[in-house]
Ligand binder design. Structure first.
Ligand code: HEC
Ligand code: HEC
Length: 614
């Protein structure tokens, strides 16, 4: 193991400086893919093997730091205060989150859609599986209330929240709630409330834990909510997100001044959170450009020439120090009081998760793309980087993995204002519109396309003007990002390789396991063909290479558009090139969208069922 690092630690008032080589525990290496499904000890991974762990979450438990490594499905256990990786356990094919609960750890297995409750072995302290609890499909985040009475899991594509609890050691499901948006972040706040944030757009659901019910919804003026924290001093919810202005376009000047994409920290009071939209209003509201938002206080992050693309997770201490990761520029911003400006420190590659230890002396940051943990000391006048912990050697990356890093790297845009992910969130879409004038039109913002499945659905762009994915990516880099990279060094091939790995989003119907009779499905398939949809949405990709005038013209007079590929369509509202149709039913009811004769109510029902399962 070649990973060398420095580690400063204060022990009993004295500063001990330890320079060490990281040593992983010796192992009995077994088959890499054998993942235990029954109770018992987990396999310990051999330290001789370089891999690509991609840590996405972390916590401190039993005086040790534990990370959830998404790509390897492993958990790294790091001894504090030495900073040494003690062991790496293989627990699943893939992990999305972890949390501490009672005397154990809860891990989220996002391929088997389960919580793995683990307890320490009483002798060795090794991680042992104690219970598995199936949850709604595609679980992405787990959180525990401060009194440990409640555990919550957000499930992305099934758009559900699972609430759990338990008085004994076992965890039991109490309630599963459907949400009108795909959720990600969760935050328990005082007053018995749980805040659930939209993974792509700007919606929040406010949940009452005692009654396990949704009290109301609130819209944040923005998207990509990647930081959600409670400030105990100001009693306000802190939300880190981005705000894209569809009324401006991606020219050099406008990106330079931070007009196109604002990266901000919103501060929302409990009163603002509680008085808001009804669930029914919510669906028709496009977070990116319509609706009433209340008046959040927004603190802008970034100044001209110093962008702060993709603000992420944060922690706020009891004495009002904030640490906020700037994922896209690989930095952590800090301020020692809410009224002070942020300063910045360098982290590893794409910091995404942060954990504040119970003493509030240290914060640990998981850097997703280089398998490291940045240790920030909060001791002294200002936060400072104390050390970097390596989780192990990183193997050489494939071209698609290199592309994935670049896709999430805001430093490829002018001054670091945004990454591809800022608009195409996690390869999907933030639901908003942007005027990237890739279609040579200014003044006609276009709905941001989901890139899930884009590798196989050419031609590209709404007007079908790009014959190859590479052509489109080149335009995205040069015009949308105003990249300053030399023209012979544009990372087109790696970005294309990455995008070709993205499959269409699972349909809402399938993700929710919604029951439908085979006869109903057959009728729905027939309705799709009979209504002539296949004339344009043809083949496996449900698209074609032609452009059509379906009567939906843009502000600049463009009339011809390429039929979007339909797999995964239920996950990407609003619809059409300008996002004018909030729901699939609106698409079908729109008298302009081709059908020569308006569809009957029964056809609309059948087609909606078809599209929801595609
Ligand atoms: C400011 C928001 C924004 C950013 C940042 C952005 N895009 Fe886009 N992207 C869009 C919009 C809007 C469209 C649709 C444009 C059109 O059709 O006129 C689009 C279209 C695309 C398409 C075509 C998809 C299809 O199926 O037709 C691809 C591929 C793409 N973008 C890749 C990228 C990549 C790669 C990056 C980063 C280098 C990137 N985009 C950055 C907004 C953005
Ligand atoms: C004449 C060709 C044509 C026919 C026939 C047609 N479509 Fe479309 N469809 C399009 C085009 C073009 C668009 C994009 C229009 C735009 O955004 O301006 C589109 C958009 C859509 C969208 C929105 C996708 C998105 O991501 O925004 C859905 C859903 C859809 N069509 C479903 C259907 C169904 C169901 C039928 C049959 C009832 C149908 N279409 C018939 C050409 C067609």
């Amino acid at each position: 193991m070649a990973c060398v690092y420095k580690f400063w630690w204060r022990i009993a008032g004295a500063t001990a400086y330890v320079l060490m080589l990281s040593l992983l525990a010796p192992t009995a290496a077994a088959g890499m893919n054998d993942v235990p499904t029954i109770s018992g000890a987990f396999e310990i991974v051999s330290d001789s093997e370089a891999s690509y762990r991609v840590p996405v979450d972390l916590t401190v438990w039993n005086s040790q730091l534990w990370t959830a490594n998404s790509r390897t499905g492993t958990v790294s256990r790091i001894d504090l205060p030495t900073g040494k990786t003690v062991a790496e356990y293989r627990v699943a094919k893939s992990l999305s989150s972890l949390a501490r609960w009672k005397n154990g750890l809860l891990l989220l297995d996002d391929q088997q859609h389960k919580i793995l409750r683990c307890a320490p072995d009483s002798v060795s302290g090794d991680l042992q599986l104690a219970q598995t609890i199936p949850v709604s499909q595609y679980p992405v985040r787990i959180a525990v209330s401060s009194d440990e009475a409640f555990v919550a899991v957000s499930s992305l594509w099934s758009r559900r929240l699972t609430l759990l609890g338990g008085t004994g050691p076992d965890l039991k499901i109490q309630q599963t709630l459907d949400l009108p948006f795909a959720p990600r972040l969760l935050k328990f706040i005082p007053g018995g409330l749980l805040i659930v944030a939209d993974a792509f757009g700007g919606q929040l659901a406010i949940v009452e834990t005692a009654t396990a019910s949704i009290r109301n919804y609130h819209s944040v003026y923005g998207h990509n909510i990647r930081g959600l924290e409670w400030n105990p001093g100001t009693h306000r919810l802190m939300v880190a997100c981005q705000t894209l202005d569809p009324a401006t376009f991606t020219s050099y000047e406008r990106i330079f001044w931070g007009v196109v994409m604002q990266n901000g920290l919103h501060s929302i009071s409990l009163e603002q959170l509680s008085g808001s939209a009804e669930a029914s209003d919510f669906v028709s509201e496009n977070p990116a450009y319509s609706g009433a938002y209340g008046t959040p206080q927004q603190y802008p992050l970034g100044t001209p020439s110093t962008g702060s693309g993709d603000p992420g997770a944060m922690v706020v201490t009891n004495n009002d120090t904030t640490l906020l990761v700037l994922s896209g520029v690989s930095q952590v911003a800090f301020r020692t009081a809410s009224h002070l400006p942020f300063e910045r420190l360098k982290t590893g590659l794409r910091p995404e998760a942060i954990y504040l230890d119970d003493t509030q002396q240290h914060a640990f940051i998981a850097n997703r793309f280089d398998d490291t943990i940045t240790v920030v000391s909060l001791d002294g006048d200002a936060p400072h980087i104390e050390s970097t912990i390596c989780l192990g050697d990183v193997r050489p990356l494939s071209i698609a993995e290199q592309g994935e890093r670049i896709f999430h790297d805001a430093t490829i845009s002018l001054d670091g204002w945004f990454s591809c992910h800022s608009c195409h969130t996690d390869g999907h879409t933030n639901g908003g519109r942007a005027d990237t004038f890739g279609d040579e039109d200014k003044g006609a913002a276009k709905k941001i396309v989901s890139l899930m499945g884009t590798g196989h659905s050419g031609p590209w762009a709404w007007n079908g003007s790009k014959d190859s994915l590479e052509d489109q990516i080149k335009t995205s880099l040069i015009i949308t990002m105003q990249t300053q990279l030399p023209s012979d060094q544009l990372p087109i091939d790696s970005l294309a390789a990455y995008l070709r790995t993205l499959s269409p989003a699972p349909s809402l119907g399938a993700a929710r396991n919604e029951a439908a009779l085979e006869s109903q499905l057959q009728a729905a398939r027939t309705a799709f063909s009979d209504a002539g949809c296949r004339n344009c949405h043809a083949g496996d990709g449900f698209t074609s290479s032609e452009v059509y005038d379906v009567g939906i013209h843009d502000e600049m007079g463009e009339t011809l558009f390429n039929p979007p590929s339909l797999p995964g369509v239920s996950q990407r509202a609003p619809y059409f090139h300008d996002g004018r149709a909030p729901t699939l039913a609106d698409v079908l009811k729109s008298s302009h969208h081709d059908p020569k004769t308006p569809l009957t109510e029964q056809q609309i029902q059948q087609l909606t069922l078809f599209l929801k399962r595609l």
